[in-house]
Design a protein around this ligand. Structure first.
Ligand code: NAD
Length: 292
């Protein structure tokens, strides 16, 4: 296969819908697959609503919106992924779920189809080894929200074929994204650097060095970060931050990656950030109020 025309996306959640959107906007035919046709259809509707917002904001014309939506098809079962040249898996971040999906989908795909995972933390090499095509498997790691964030990390598994990597690079380039290349180690590049920084901010709070507001203001104004570490942690989700720290701790076996006990406590309380309306800030009122 020389080039990609049809993209299959597995998982119509936050990331899968975004990947489907940017792929369709770039002119690819997209098949969006989830556990049911109903969920896949909801994913397509989510993309349509996102495009509508762009039209309202004057950032997209109605003709391009219609053409983009026409290229998106919800899958009625894994069989609909058969025409895909590239399949990007963006399902729930659980290794056994991803393995089950690959076992179900691989027999449907053409032998030369490329398979990629958008995983944030699972080893690409290990996922690849559970498929029938480790040479045609790689990580294509988009950032959240996909239509807004410019970066995509391309992750080479130990077996990934050079030609497959080159085709994937051209695909990502065609989405108007900037890519970086990461070897397959825990956290890749962005999360390896970002999440320990957030964890350190939580230790700084835990040890009483500063308050939530003073640490956030320090990093916004003193390090020129657009958001403070607690604002960002609440946006990412504290459960996600904790699980990435655990992956770094387990995978790199270095105590410098130990998750801060205060982070664990917030997650145990179910205070997971914006999505539960409470994290390092309380979002239930008009303006966010620090919870410590
Ligand atoms: N959310 C982020 O900030 C972010 C950023 C980069 C990468 N990721 C990665 O993207 C992936 C998806 O994350 P998300 O935030 O979109 O999750 P999400 O929970 O919003 O969506 C996951 C989707 O997968 C579907 N799914 C579950 N089991 C399935 C199956 N067997 N077959 C088909 N679909 C199935 C679910 O129904 C759901 O729609 C994860 O691997 C995550 O690590 C997430």
């Amino acid at each position: 296969m020389a080039e990609i025309r049809t993209v299959g996306v597995i998982g119509a959640g936050q990331m899968g819908a975004g990947i489907a959107q940017v792929s369709a906007q770039a002119g690819y035919d997209v098949v969006l697959y989830d556990v049911s046709l109903d969920l896949a259809t909801k994913g397509v509707e989510k993309v349509a609503a996102g495009l509508e917002r762009l039209v309202s904001a004057g950032k997209l014309d109605a003709g391009t919106r219609d053409a983009t939506i026409a290229r998106l098809k919800p899958a009625d079962g894994a069989g609909d992924l058969a025409p895909a040249d590239l399949v990007i898996e963006a399902a729930t971040e659980k290794e056994e779920i991803k393995r089950r999906i690959f076992a179900q989908v691989c027999p449907v795909l053409r032998p030369d189809a490329i398979l990629a995972s958008n995983t944030s933390s699972i080893s690409i090499t290990r996922l690849a080894s559970g498929t029938d095509r480790p040479e045609r498997f790689l990580g294509i790691h988009f950032m959240n929200p996909v239509p807004v964030m410019k970066l995509v990390e391309l992750v080479r598994g130990i077996a990934t074929d050079d030609a497959v990597f080159e085709i994937s690079k051209r695909f990502v380039g065609s989405l108007d994204k900037t890519m970086t290349i990461s070897e397959d180690f825990p956290g890749f590049i962005v999360n390896r650097v970002l999440i320990p920084m957030i964890n350190e901010a939580i230790y700084t709070l835990h040890e009483g060095v500063g308050s939530v507001e003073s640490i956030d203001a320090s990093m916004r104004l003193g390090a020129n970060h657009p958001m403070g570490p607690f604002q960002l942690a609440d946006f990412i989700g504290l459960d996600t931050c904790l699980s990435i720290m655990q992956v770094l701790h387990d995978g790199l076996a270095d105590s410098k990656y130990r998750p801060c006990p205060l982070l664990v406590k917030y997650v145990e309380a179910g205070w997971l950030g914006r999505k539960t309306k409470r994290g390092f800030y309380d979002y239930r009122g008009e303006t966010p109020v620090p919870t410590r």
